[in-house]
Design a protein around this ligand. Structure first.
Ligand SMILES: [Mg+2]
Length: 214
């Protein structure tokens, strides 16, 4: 894929920069269910149903909890991100691929900064980005809402037509696409989204393809 016109790379974090097979998001899902279960005094199974509805309606469980349950986002994020990250290993291929990309590189995540920094450190790529834009920076308004994307573009002084966004959640690429960005879906199984320009099963295969001559 041609990248000559791209001057800004916007990376999602979870399940994009590391593979879903690490089970990190599953571990986080368990913590979310526990949080809702304790909050409402219900079973974790009942909590899982609420979590799914919040996620589908609001983009993140957090946003649903803030709308319906008035919870403190900081303590919630601390609680769900308190998981073992040892399964995330240093990845030389990711590092050398990102290094070869010409332009500004930033992280744009619905997670919080402290957790994101830990993940990036474990991957061995924490020093490679020009910015880390987390959910607290976005005022806890999550992707795919338009507001955080617009805030990001403004903050970077970027032209959306020169931005490329990488994500494992197809919905989050719809907003990017509609703003004029190039979109790359990092996912093995999802298919046929009109707003997805390119798709690769994992970040390493995408980096290999676009940087092989560099
Ligand atoms: Mg993700």
């Amino acid at each position: 894929m041609p990248l000559k016109h791209i001057d800004t790379y916007i990376f999602d974090l979870d399940n994009t920069l590391y593979h879903p097979s690490t089970g990190i998001m599953d571990a986080m899902g368990i913590k979310m269910n526990q949080f809702i279960s304790e909050l409402h005094g219900i079973s974790v199974e009942e909590a899982a149903v609420i979590r799914r509805n919040y996620w589908l309606t609001y983009g993140t469980t957090l946003h649903g909890l803030m709308e319906h349950d008035n919870i403190d986002p900081v303590s919630y994020l601390d609680y769900i991100h308190d998981i073992d990250l040892a399964v995330i290993k240093e990845c030389a291929a990711t590092r050398s691929g990102i290094e070869k990309l010409q332009g500004k590189k930033v992280i744009f995540t619905n997670a919080n900064k402290e957790y994101a920094e830990k993940v990036l450190e474990r991957l061995g790529i924490a020093d490679m980005f020009d910015g880390l834009y987390d959910t607290s920076w976005a005022g806890y308004v999550p992707k795919p809402a338009t507001a955080p994307y617009e805030k990001l573009i403004k903050e970077l002084g970027a032209d959306p037509k020169k931005c490329l966004m990488l994500e494992d959640t197809a919905t989050n690429l719809k907003t990017a696409h509609d703003m004029g960005m190039t979109t790359v879906l990092i996912h093995e199984y999802e298919h046929n989204h009109e707003h997805v320009h390119h798709q690769e099963p994992c970040i390493i295969t995408w980096l290999d393809k676009v940087t092989k001559d560099k």
